[in-house]
Structures are given as structure tokens and as C-alpha cells.
Design a protein around this ligand. Structure first.
Ligand code: DAH
Length: 349
């Protein structure tokens, strides 16, 4: 039996139309699979059945019939692939209740400043209200600013190379004329922010009313109250008729502002080369006294070293540990916590 080419092509067209519609309209995976078997099934799908009919087309018509057959086959395969990807992306879409754009979104977790940075900002703010402006100095210092102008003589134990982080060039030892960088001047990581007192006074005539906050370095073994790097707040006030009573009132105001209640200040006689007289400053903590740092009246030798006249002006200075005041306020028992970067600790501030 010979099938006319026109009839064969007509059946192909009908199959293409029906297959495209059913495959394209499949609502879920099961419906698509049924449609696939019906149209593209390898054993008895409708396309397969038609392929068998190809043998009945007259020999001269076979190329035209075969060409159209292949086109329809490709068309149905494409319709199947489209339907598969359409249903796959529908599966990936969230089920459950529809999106409600009026609901608040999930809150992103926000970080915050490190507790020491927060403390530094707050101390600047408090001292700013008392009329002190912020001054800055380098962390790599020379011996003049770290020691000499601060009246610390060459044989003072604080200048021992083992007590400081000297930056020596190869072959040069700390304290020797060719140590440090550049030009052979010995340089070191500053061991105290008192260096900034000198830098400020060198730059301007009195009166001076500054604070300096920053990192200082000492080769100390880390423990609950020591670390090779820590922070200090330094204060300096130089003017006519400045007295120790001014120093104590100012420190009391400062402590009360930061700790937020009536705090007692205690001065214990002490010695620093750059102040005379010198005191250790304690603050009351419950029934205990906590040492916060040192203070005193600026030594006349320091004023002379920067070209000030000690007969005309006097001044007070103080230096407190930032870690200590911060730890004291928040009840932190070990300052090493500040440097561990443990978010469970930092999160609390
Ligand atoms: N620079 C001292 C230290 O690091 C602290 C200090 C004491 C600073 C007395 C001062 C001061 O300004 O007057 O131990």
C-alpha cells in the first residue's frame, strides 16, 4: 500500500499541532510524562507510529517526507525540553503563603565600634567639653621626644633597650649613634603618649590645653593588666597660675563624667622625670582604689626644653591607661579580652 505524500504531510502537521499543545500545556511532571510517552515514546509513541508509515511513501517522495518528519520530531523534542525547564523553575519557586510586601524584612546584624574605640571617642568628648582639643603624634618616635625633652636622662632605667621597642638598623644597637632610621638617629615605638606634650609645645606658644590618645608600646609580658601594646590618654594644660588644685578638680570632673557618678580621686606621691611634684592617680571602685595612671605639675626642665619660661607659666599633665578606665567601667577583669577579637565578648559593648 502506497501512502500519498500529501496525506503523510497532513498527518505530520496534525501531530505537530497536537503534540505542541499537549506538551506545552502539561501542568505538572506527571502530565508531562504522560504526554511524552504519547507523542515521543520510543516503542509506540505517535511519532514512532508515523515513522513506520514513512516506509509506505512512494520512493520519489521519500526525501520530502523524511525532511518534514525530522522537522516535526525536532519541534516536539523542543516542546518537551521547554516544558521540562518551565516545570523545573516552577518547582524551585517558594511554596507556602504568598509574599507580603508590607511585612518587615529580616534585620541585618550590624556591628559596632570596638569598646576601646568607643572609650576613646567618649574621652575625647568629655575632655572637649572641658576645653581640651585633641593633638596627635607619631607612634615611631625619636629619643628627644620620648625621653630627652621629657627630662629623662640617658642612664634612666626607662631608656634601657630591654624596656623599649627600638627600631635598629642591621648591625646597630639601640642607643648607639648609628641605630635607627634614618640618618642614624635611634628611633623607637613610643612607650608613652607624653611625647605629644613635647610635639605640641614645640609648635606653639602657651597657653596649651590638649589631650592625646593613642597606642604605646612596651616589651611587657601579656597578663591580666599588661599587654605589649596598649592605649593612653594624655592631658596637658599650660597657662599662667595653673596649680595642682586645678589638676585634681579636672581629674575628678573627668572621672565622674566617664564613670557616671560621684567618684573619689586619690593622689599618692610618686616620681616622674617630667613632673614635679608627681602623683599616682587612684579612683575609688566600690571599697577599693584602682590605679589609673600618673600626673603632676610639668617640670620646669620640660618647659625650658621647649622654649617656655617657667617663671611665666606653669602646667599640669596626666597620663591614664585607656584599657584600665574602660575595663573598670565595664567590669572587665582581663585586658587581653580586648584584643582577642572574640565577637561573643565584643558583642556586649
Ligand atoms: N607617661 C607616664 C607613663 O607612661 C604616665 C604619666 C605620668 C603621664 C605623669 C603624665 C604625667 O603626663 O604627668 O607611665
Amino acid at each position: 500500500m502506497i501512502v500519498a505524500l500529501a496525506d503523510f504531510l497532513h498527518e505530520l502537521d496534525e501531530l505537530a499541532a497536537a503534540g505542541g499543545a499537549v506538551l506545552g500545556g502539561a501542568a505538572d511532571q506527571a502530565a508531562l510524562e504522560t504526554a511524552r510517552v504519547e507523542f515521543l515514546g520510543a516503542k509506540s509513541g505517535r511519532l514512532k507510529t508515523l515513522q513506520k508509515g514513512l516506509g509506505s511513501v512512494a520512493g520519489s517522495d521519500k526525501p520530502a517526507a523524511g525532511k518534514r518528519f525530522n522537522e516535526v520530531k525536532q519541534l516536539l523534542e523542543a516542546a518537551l525540553a521547554n516544558a521540562q525547564s518551565r516545570l523545573a523553575s516552577a518547582d524551585a519557586a517558594p511554596s507556602g503563603p504568598p509574599l507580603d510586601p508590607t511585612q518587615p524584612g529580616p534585620r541585618p546584624t550590624l556591628g559596632h565600634l570596638h569598646p576601646l574605640t568607643q572609650t576613646i571617642e567618649e574621652l575625647k568628648e568629655i575632655m572637649g567639653r572641658l576645653g581640651f582639643t585633641v593633638a596627635d603624634g607619631p607612634e615611631i618616635e625619636d629619643e628627644r621626644h620620648n625621653f630627652e625633652a621629657l627630662n629623662i636622662p640617658a642612664d634612666h632605667p626607662a631608656r634601657d633597650p630591654l624596656e623599649n621597642f627600638f627600631l635598629a638598623t642591621a648591625g646597630a644597637t639601640a642607643g648607639s649613634p648609628d641605630a635607627g632610621l634614618p640618618g642614624g638617629r635611634p628611633l623607637l615605638l613610643r612607650s608613652q603618649t607624653s611625647t605629644v606634650q613635647i610635639r605640641v609645645m614645640e609648635q606653639q606658644p602657651p597657653p596649651v590645653r590638649i589631650i592625646a590618645l593613642g597606642r604605646v608600646y612596651r616589651p611587657d609580658t601579656a597578663d591580666a593588666t599588661h599587654y605589649p601594646m596598649f592605649h593612653q590618654i594624655e592631658g596637658l594644660l599650660v597657662d599662667r597660675h595653673v596649680t595642682m588644685a586645678d589638676l585634681k578638680s579636672m581629674l575628678r570632673l573627668f572621672a565622674a563624667s566617664y564613670l557616671g557618678r560621684e567618684v573619689h580621686i586619690r593622689f599618692r606621691p610618686s616620681f616622674f622625670p617630667f613632673t614635679e611634684p608627681s602623683v599616682e592617680v587612684d579612683m575609688s571602685w566600690g571599697d577599693r582604689w584602682i590605679e589609673m595612671g600618673g600626673a603632676g605639675m610639668v617640670d620646669p626642665n620640660v618647659l625650658r626644653a621647649v622654649g617656655y619660661d617657667p617663671e611665666q607659666v606653669t602646667g599640669f599633665a596626666f597620663g591614664l591607661g585607656v584599657e584600665r578606665v574602660c575595663a573598670r567601667r565595664h567590669g572587665v577583669a582581663d585586658i587581653r579580652e580586648f584584643y582577642k577579637n572574640d565577637v561573643r565578648f565584643l558583642h556586649q559593648f
